[in-house]
Design a protein around this ligand. Structure first.
Ligand code: TLP
Length: 345
């Protein structure tokens, strides 16, 4: 029985399944800083295998995973290329500057995808005056572009330019399984075009805590040391790794339900005068503008609250995420309720 979780704010709000809670309770533990927590070790080897990389590292969050990965790829003063509305650039508290002393070269993507020529043009030519460009960061799915999955071809095109110029590629794959499911490909098809990948266990995959970073043995060794520096050396971490194993082995296929529910939500909202759909809906996110209703995010939030839902946004723009704990019938009931609640314009 899936616990209801009527909350559109994010897919980070998911609760662990009963099986995950049970797995935490029963997890066999050790001290992970000594490398002897068997449950963490199992999670890391499963993640490495699924993503097609040599090794993996269990970290506390997507933000910590991206930070440890970026530190492991770069030296102080390097320049890294990022999409201008990427999570790493916008929403990770400036970690690249504070922790890495890195320069950020941002580029505008086309629905989240950085065009190869733009990347080529941004890579610095070696010169005593200039910082060295060492890393390209990609985000797939791309959150602020509506949860758009970048295709395998798009990933390859960016990878090829990076490799022509000796850059490493880091994939912020917080929702890389949403991308794989939406594209109908094995996740390895996507991850082959990144030297390192960060993926979140605690979003649509419904684990309560944690992310994974994957890459070569050498890279993971460096990232593990940075994770310790960032305060992420956890001890009996098997208790939170156990749900992560279920997330990776049993929760991926159900992401298709979240995508279908987002599509259903989009279709319902599209019929309401005054609501504009801002991006094509391809995965589990629906971005809308409610300015045409004469409402702001607070009005929307209040109306949703009366219907038993949590939802919010800034100004008149809102993101509605579907996830574990939201079923098709919940979306149908929401559409009926919100259609009746909004002002008729
Ligand atoms: N995103 C959260 C918020 O921080 C915005 C959300 O609700 O979507 N990469 C991407 C693409 C993300 O969307 C997020 C979280 C992260 C990294 C960071 O993951 P956490 O929250 O585990 O640090």
């Amino acid at each position: 029985m899936v616990e209801k979780n009527l909350d559109f704010r994010s897919d980070t709000v998911t609760w662990p399944s009963p099986e995950m809670r049970e797995a935490s309770y029963k997890a066999v533990l050790g001290d992970d800083v000594y490398g002897d927590d068997p449950t963490v070790n199992e999670l890391e080897s499963i993640a490495a295998e699924i993503l097609g990389k040599e090794a993996a590292l269990f970290v506390t969050s997507g933000t910590q995973g991206n930070a440890a990965a970026i530190l492991a790829h770069t030296n102080r003063g390097d320049e890294i290329i990022l999409e201008e509305r990427s999570h790493i650039y916008l929403n990770e508290v400036g970690g690249i500057a504070v922790l890495g002393s890195l320069m950020a070269r941002t580029l505008k993507g086309e629905m989240g995808w950085l065009k190869p020529d733009d990347i080529r043009g941004a890579i610095r030519v070696e010169n005593i005056h200039r910082p060295t460009t060492t890393l390209l960061c990609i985000e797939n799915t791309h959150n602020t572009s509506g949860g758009i999955p970048l295709t395998v071809e798009q990933m390859k095109a960016d990878w090829d330019v990076a490799k022509e110029h000796g850059l490493n590629v880091h994939l912020d794959g917080a929702r890389v399984f949403n991308a794989a499911v939406a594209l109908g490909v094995d996740v390895k098809e996507i991850s082959q075009y990144a030297d390192s990948v960060q993926l979140c266990l605690s979003k649509g995959l419904a684990a309560p805590i944690g992310s994974m970073v994957m890459g070569s043995e050498d890279f993971i060794k460096r990232a593990r040391k940075y994770r310790k520096m960032l305060g992420g050396g956890m001890r009996q971490a098997g208790i939170i790794a156990a749900p992560g194993i279920i997330a990776l082995t049993k929760m991926v296929d159900r992401l298709a339900d979240d995508h279908a529910n987002a599509k259903l939500l989009e279709e319902g909202l599209r019929k309401i005068n005054g609501i504009e759909i801002l991006h094509p809906v391809r995965t589990n996110m629906v971005y809308i503008d409610i300015g045409g209703l004469g409402w702001n995010g607070d009005d929307w939030g209040e109306a949703c609250k009366k219907l038993g839902w949590k939802s919010r946004g800034s100004g008149t723009t809102l993101r509605l995420c579907t996830h574990y704990g939201i079923e098709r019938e919940d979306i149908e009931a929401f559409i009926e309720g919100i259609t009746a609640a909004v002002p008729k314009v």
